[in-house]
Structures are given as structure tokens and as C-alpha cells.
Ligand binder design. Structure first.
Ligand code: TMP
Ligand code: ASP
Length: 239
């Protein structure tokens, strides 16, 4: 496998072509942003942690019937993935009120829902990733009705699997964001990453935040939180 030219640089990752047209290499950076890139910083070691964590969680999900882009971890920061065209929807699942949900509806953080919620936003930085419903997504031709139904099914399955796994680590899965992609043959698979950048993870006993909210909200101890959550994962993980 040969790493070729860089195709894209995002906020947290770079993407490279390879000598196989349907495979790409993702390279995880330590760069952190928040509020649509307004706040910028570095979380030392984040790229290594997010690469490993995302790969381990995606392998677990694949075993549970959620197809993912993961192929092979190549190095501390690099992973070989299936090439997809990203469905321009951010899918957010919530088990507990927090973040923009708490703000939008004027409720406190920490309300445990009877059932998980799902919401979509249009992945478009220029527009600030506006919230939309599934009919809007279909009208805008971001995905078909059938694709959205599958994305919803996979997203709730991801929640079921990850909620149980994080509970076994002494961690509460509050909410998370997923992105899906379409392979060259039109198959919908889970893409992007699953990491403390894209999930809210609270210590089950103390409620301590072990995710990127420490960076977003200037809570301090950001690197320590990433190291702690990785340690918890490795202590409980079996392939
Ligand atoms: P929110 O409460 O700010 O809408 O965030 C919900 C979840 O989505 C939270 O776990 C953080 C994650 N998230 C991202 O991964 N990327 C983003 O750009 C945003 C805004 C949130
Ligand atoms: N992806 C967001 C950004 O635009 C960061 C976040 O809040 O996760 O910078």
C-alpha cells in the first residue's frame, strides 16, 4: 500500500490517496477547533488517541452489524479506510440533555431521556451546519428516504452498542455525532470518527467530563481527560 498525494485537510484529519482507488489513508492531527472553527487549539496526543479509539470502536460496531469504513490501522495516527462520498448530514444521537439541546430548549444538562433522540444537521460549514428534518434532507437531495432510514437504524444500533460498552468502562454516553458515507457501489457505511471529539462521555460516578467539552468550555485537564478515557476503553476492550 503506497501513500500518495493529500486530497483534503479537515479540522482534525488529513486524507491521502493511495495506489488503490477505493482506499484512502486518514491521518489524525492534534488540532482542535470548536464553534465552527472560531476557537482553535492543540490537544497534545489527541490524534493518536482518536485514531486508536475510533478504530477499536468501529471494529466492535462492525461485529454488531454496522458496516464501517475501517480497513486497517497503519500507524499511531494513520488508518486505511474505504473511500466514500460523505453523506452531508451530521447525525446526532442523545441519551441525556447537554450542549446545543439544553441551550435550544432551555433545559438543564443531565436530564436522562426515556428514549434516545435523533437529529440531523446539514454538514455545511458556510451555513453553520443548520439543523434539518428528514424531509428537508430528502428535498435537498442530501440522501434518499431509504438511505435515511438505514442511517437512522445504524445510528440507534451504534448507540445501543456504545452505550453498553462505555457503561462497562464506568462511562456514561451522553450524546454523539456520526457521519455516513456511500461507497462506489452505493453502500451506506459509517465513516469519519468516533472519539472524545465527537462524543460526550461523563464519568458514571462523578459526572466528570472526559471529552472535548473540556476544550470547548476551557475546563482545563484536556489531555488528561483524553488519556483517562483511552485508558478506560483499553481496560475493558476485548475484540
Ligand atoms: P451539540 O450538543 O453541540 O449539538 O453536540 C452534540 C454532539 O455532537 C456532541 O457529542 C459533540 C458532537 N459534535 C461534533 O462531533 N461536531 C460538531 O461540530 C458539533 C457541534 C458537535
Ligand atoms: N467541529 C466543530 C468545529 O467546527 C467543533 C466541535 O464543537 O466539535 O470546530
Amino acid at each position: 500500500m503506497e501513500k500518495l498525494n493529500q486530497l483534503y485537510e479537515g479540522k482534525a484529519k488529513k486524507v491521502y490517496a493511495t495506489d488503490e482507488p477505493e482506499k484512502l489513508i486518514v491521518d489524525y492531527k492534534d488540532d482542535a477547533t470548536a464553534f465552527n472553527g472560531l476557537k482553535k487549539g492543540t490537544i497534545v496526543g489527541k490524534g493518536v488517541i482518536n485514531n486508536r479509539m475510533s478504530n477499536l470502536l468501529m471494529q466492535k460496531l462492525a461485529k454488531e452489524g454496522v458496516p464501517t469504513h475501517f480497513i486497517e490501522e497503519l500507524s499511531e495516527r494513520e488508518t486505511l479506510v474505504k473511500k466514500v462520498s460523505i453523506v452531508p448530514l451530521e447525525v446526532i444521537i442523545r441519551n441525556i440533555s447537554a450542549g446545543s439541546f439544553a441551550k435550544r430548549y432551555g433545559v438543564e444538562e443531565g436530564i436522562v431521556f426515556d428514549e434516545p433522540t435523533i437529529e440531523f444537521s446539514y454538514k455545511n460549514d458556510d451555513l453553520g451546519d443548520p439543523l434539518l428534518n428528514t424531509r428537508h434532507a430528502i428535498a435537498l437531495k442530501l440522501a434518499t428516504k431509504e438511505e435515511i432510514a438505514l442511517i437512522e437504524k445504524y445510528s440507534f444500533k451504534v448507540n445501543e452498542v456504545l452505550k453498553a460498552f462505555w457503561a462497562s468502562c464506568g462511562v456514561t454516553l451522553v450524546d454523539f455525532k456520526l457521519e455516513f458515507g456511500k461507497t462506489c457501489d452505493g453502500t451506506i457505511i459509517l465513516a469519519d470518527e468516533i472519539s472524545p471529539d465527537t462524543c460526550r462521555l461523563w464519568d458514571s460516578k462523578t459526572g466528570e467530563k472526559l471529552d472535548k467539552d473540556r476544550f470547548r468550555r476551557d475546563l482545563g485537564g484536556v489531555e488528561d481527560a483524553y488519556a483517562e478515557i483511552m485508558k478506560r476503553l483499553l481496560d475493558s476492550y476485548e475484540k
